[in-house]
Ligand binder design. Sequence first.
Ligand code: HEC
Length: 98
Amino acid sequence: MKKIIVASIAAMAVSGALMAGINPATCAGCHGAHFEKHALGVSHIVADMTHKEIEKALIGYKDGTYKKPVPAMAGVMKGQVARYSDAELKALAQKIGK
Ligand code: HEC
């Protein structure tokens, strides 16, 4: 019984995390914990970008219309954002940048 309760609490925690949207920690390896780095030495500093610019970039990498600043590197970001919906990407764009 106790095990079942623990398991259902764990399941709730997982779905809660999914509901909360994209975890920016998945971006930290390249962009820095506060988006303060040039990812792989090429990207702009995302912390300095506006919410709107970030939204355009994230959705654009996904649909292939945004390939900046280095076109050959856009595939790296496509791999990061392809699994998310536009709504999730928009919500994330509101949480980071300025
Ligand atoms: C494997 C490394 C890596 C990870 C992880 C990563 N990025 Fe990026 N990101 C890059 C690179 C490289 C670029 C530049 C792409 C280009 O030049 O075409 C970039 C560019 C961007 C840009 C546009 C910057 C510009 O210069 O216009 C945004 C916004 C961004 N990333 C957000 C994110 C977010 C949000 C996440 C997490 C969901 C994330 N990135 C995860 C490597 C990464």
